[in-house]
Structure formats: C-alpha cells, structure tokens
Ligand binder design. Structure first.
Ligand code: MSP
Length: 512
C-alpha cells in the first residue's frame, strides 16, 4: 500500500529557527499523527535548504566554510524538531549526495530533451547586493544607495522552458481544483498565469556563486534556488529507485503562502510535468504568524523564540496554542497575552482542574479506585450522547484540517464534563449514607474519569504527551485497540488505581 506522504517546506539554513518554522512543523506533525492514528501508513519529511548566496555570504563573514554553517543549522533545526515532538520519518539536507545526484540527473535529462537552453541575459547588476535589478527597483529614477554601483552587464545563463507549459498548467488547475487547499488560494496562481510567464533562469556563474550544485553540462555554473530546493521532495524518497512509488506522489506539501506563487504553484508542477513525473496530490497552504500586522521572522527582530515558550510552558501547551489559534490558511496575530490566556483558561482551568478534581475526589471518596457505573440516569446519558457527537464532529473537522475548530469542540466537551460534575456535586453525595446517593457518587466519579479519558485521547494528534499521560493518571492500562476504537465510551478504567495530585499546567510565576 502507498504511504500517506507529507512534507514541510525546507527551511533556509541561513538563520535561526523561528515561530513560522515551528508552526509549519507542528501543523504538519498534527496531520501526520492524525493520519497514523486513523490507520494510515505515513511518511513525513522535513529538512533544510542549504545552498545559495546568503549562506555563502554569512559563512564568509564569519570566516568559516559554508558547509560548517549548514552543519550548525542542521543541528539547530533537528533540535527544534525534537523539542516540538515532531514525528518526522526523515530529515533532508540539500547538500546530501542523495539529493545533489537527483538534481543533476533531472537537469541533464531536461538539457538532453532540449528543455533547458543557453541564452545571453542582459540586465542591471548590483555588485554590492550581488543581484540583478530591474527598472522597477529604481526609486525616483535613481538606484537606491543600498545597491552601490549598478552596471549593465550581459551574462550567459541557462533557462528552462517554463513558458511552453503555461497553457497546460492553466488547464490542469481548472480540472484539479483540489490541488490547492484551501481552495481560495488557487486564485493567486490563476492571477499570476493571466500574464505570459517568462522562461526560468536556473543558473548562476560559478564566479558569482560557488555554493550550489554544479550543472552537469557546464562546470562553470551552479543551479540556482528552485531547481535545487523543490527537488528535495522527490530526492528524499528515492527518485529513480523501486522505492519511489511507495511514497510518490506526495499527498500534501505543506507550505506558507509566501512560497505558493510562483515556486510551488507554477515552477514545481511544470518541472515535474517536463520530467514526466506525476504531480503531488495537493499543496496545503497556511498563513503567517504576524506581530503588529507584520510577518514574523528572525530578520524583523520581532521574533518570539519558540524554544523559550516551550521551555517555560511545555511542548504540548505550545502545540495547543499554535493549532488552536490559527485557522489553517489564514494569518494569526501572535501575542504572549493570548498565549497566557489559552494556557491559563483552556489548559489550566478547564482541563487541568478537571483532572485534579477527578483524581482528588476519587482518592477521597472511593479509595482511589475508579468505580463502576451503577446507576445511569438521563444526565449521564446526555453526556454520553454529547461525547458521540463531539467525537464524530471533531474527526470530521480534523480530516478537513479545521484543527482550531476541532479543538474548540473538544474543549466545549471538557467544559461540559465540568458542568456535569457541578450538577452531580459528588462532594455532597459523599456526605450521604443513602444507598442511591452512594451509587450516584460512584457513577459520577466513573463518568468523569471515562469522559476525561476520551477527551484527552481526542487531543492526541495535537498534544501527544497529555493524551498519553491523562489516561495513565486515571489508572488506565496500555491497550491494544486502535485509536478510533479507543474513542468509544467503554468504561475501561473501572477498577484502576488513580494517581495522586498532579499539576499538568502549573501557573506561570509571573505572567508577562
Ligand atoms: N527554503 C525555502 C522553501 C523551500 S521549499 C522547497 C523557504 N524557507 S524559509 O525558511 O524562508 O521558510 C520556510 C517555511 O516557513 C515556509 O513555508 C514559510 O512560509 C514558513 N514561514 C516563515 N515565516 C512564517 C511566518 N511568520 N508564519 C508562518 N509561516 C512562515 O522559503
């Protein structure tokens, strides 16, 4: 059976990981974990993008080799994955031989097929910025100071015949509207394709850029940016080997909206088509984390280091926050206040207190053993019914990447367990000698434990640690049933010994 193959973008090696990178990995991980729990065989790829001008420049400034800088980045980004509990199956680095050899093979094939040609490129060039400029880069008819001296130069380069495929791509997108999720982002590509597209310059002369993959047909040139980076999605899963079809075509490339047009939405489908390789099934395009309306990144200096929040509040809290707050596809404003509010209210009050009430009262009133349900009344039946509805709806929302709504529904259910406890008031029942009230006490505590077990399991794709921990604190044993089966109301905890007081989400020392 083919794997469910999902990828993140590969992050630039030049620069430290930030919230944007962390979010994309968590989102992709939530999907990967959800698919696994639903019974799919998953292959999950992430990695880093190591070649290019910026890495070369930064390394030069620090007096080290580019590969040393990339080695550092690999440690940092792999560390981020571990810290975030990312369940990736593979981590690709574009300097690896398994990648460079595929890039070179594809370039050679396209060159042999006449899809890559050589041409003279004339344009304005800034030596200081080491980049080509266009008329539109002028301000009031002058080149801005940052470019230093700008000269007109003619340079030989290699071009890929992108324009020949424009009509094909327009047709493909018309027939495959599910290629872009959410669908409203498709318009951006269609807008771009309204104007004639240019062929793609895929090379840089070695004398200007050394840190790249050498063209197989001209050793004085390296390939530039997208012909290198995009290919990671196929090189990592053994393009050219028998294993390739176990994963390819990818089910989803998860990317941010800034790299949809033109790279993933235009270049990549055309590159694959030109090489005779099937297209990925879909691109899942997420929005940005913003700070005061601006995209967050390391270079804006506005960055909240995601690792700091994780250290302080735990990885599950961080994963919960980013998944709960972001409506996949749209942007979301980041603030520490919002984080603290979710942490204190949803996690601390609703979930954490419910666990503690359940543990404490079970210890106090029934000797720490989850009691059996002796007397089911309408109140219990309603809660059970509400669970069934919650679970079905949440699974449906998760299937459609509506994780923020799925979490909202899950927490509504958690709040309804708290209301159920208020209504039954076990602390009052415990004072009574009456046999019926004693039965109701057991029923209430058993029902609280079961409903909390179920709710925490539903959180598993988003909060893997908590989902594992809560059932165990409630005395649950390892079980061999599938995740979906474990989401049935089954009172499996009955007879188990609960743990002592446990604070899952301690109050922050100072809220800032
Ligand atoms: N190296 C390229 C991608 C090549 S994929 C074949 C790149 N790297 S990046 O480091 O700039 O961005 C990596 C991913 O992080 C992108 O999908 C990007 O959209 C995402 N994010 C970077 N900043 C972001 C936010 N502020 N918010 C959410 N995600 C954003 O582009």
């Amino acid at each position: 059976m083919k794997n469910f193959y999902i990828t993140t973008a590969i992050d630039y090696a030049n620069g430290a990981p930030h919230l944007g990178h962390a979010y994309e990995k968590v989102l992709t991980d939530v999907i990967a974990r959800f698919r696994r729990l639903m019974g799919d065989q998953v292959h999950f790829l992430t990695g880093i993008d190591e070649h290019g001008q910026k890495v070369q420049q930064s390394a030069r400034q620090r007096g080290i080799e580019p590969i040393e800088l990339c080695d550092e980045a690999a440690v940092a980004f792999k560390g981020l994955c571990e810290k975030l509990l990312i369940s990736n199956d593979d981590f690709i680095r574009t300097t690896e031989e398994r990648h460079t050899s595929v890039v070179r093979a594809l370039l050679q094939k396209l060159y042999d097929d006449g899809q890559i040609y050589e041409a003279e490129y004339t344009g304005y060039y800034s030596t200081r910025a080491e980049q080509f400029l266009q008329e539109k880069d002028k301000v009031n008819g002058e080149w801005p100071e940052i470019y230093g001296e700008v000269t007109e130069i003619a340079e030989k380069n290699y071009f890929f015949k992108l324009s020949e495929y424009q009509d094909w791509l327009i047709g493909y997108l018309k027939e495959n509207e599910n290629f872009i999720v959410p669908r409203y982002r498709l318009k951006q590509i269609q807008e771009f394709l309204k104007e004639p597209i240019n062929d793609l310059c895929i090379s840089r002369p070695r004398e200007r850029l050394e840190w790249g993959i050498e063209l197989p047909f001209d050793k004085d040139y390296v390939t530039y940016v997208w012909f290198d980076a995009l290919v990671n999605y196929i090189s990592a899963v053994g393009f050219g080997t028998a294993d390739f079809e176990k994963n390819w075509p990818a089910d989803f490339h998860v990317i941010g909206k800034d790299i949809l047009v033109p790279s993933h939405g235009v270049y990549w489908p055309i590159m694959l088509k030109a090489c005779g390789i099937p297209l990925p099934k879909a691109l899942l395009v997420h929005g940005w984390w913003l700070k005061s309306g601006q995209k967050m990144s390391k270079s804006t200096g506005e960055v909240i280091d995601p690792l700091d929040l994780i250290d302080q509040f735990g990885v599950d809290s961080f994963r919960y926050f980013v998944t709960r707050e972001m409506n996949v596809g749209q942007d979301s404003e980041f603030s520490t206040e919002l984080f603290l509010s979710r942490y204190n209210n949803d996690l601390g009050n609703d979930l954490g207190n419910l666990l503690n009430r359940t543990l404490n009262m079970t210890a106090r009133y029934v000797d720490g053993t989850v009691p059996s349900i002796e007397l089911e009344e309408d109140t219990e039946k309603e809660l059970q019914k509400s669970w069934g509805e919650t679970r079905d709806e949440v699974l449906r929302l998760f299937e459609g990447f509506q994780f923020h709504q799925g979490l909202e529904k899950t927490f509504q259910f958690i709040r309804s367990i708290n209301r159920y406890a208020e209504q039954r008031a076990p602390w009052k029942l415990a004072k009574s000698e009456d046999a019926k009230e004693q039965s109701l006490l057991k029923t209430t505590l058993g029902t609280m434990a079961e409903s909390l077990r179920l709710a925490s399991l539903l959180l598993a794709p988003v909060m893997p640690e908590i989902a594992n921990k809560i059932p165990r604190l409630l005395g649950g044993q390892e079980s061999s049933v599938s995740w979906k089966e474990s989401l049935e109301w089954s009172n499996t905890l009955v007879g188990g010994r609960v743990a002592g007081k446990t604070i899952l989400f301690p109050r922050p020392e100072t809220s800032g």
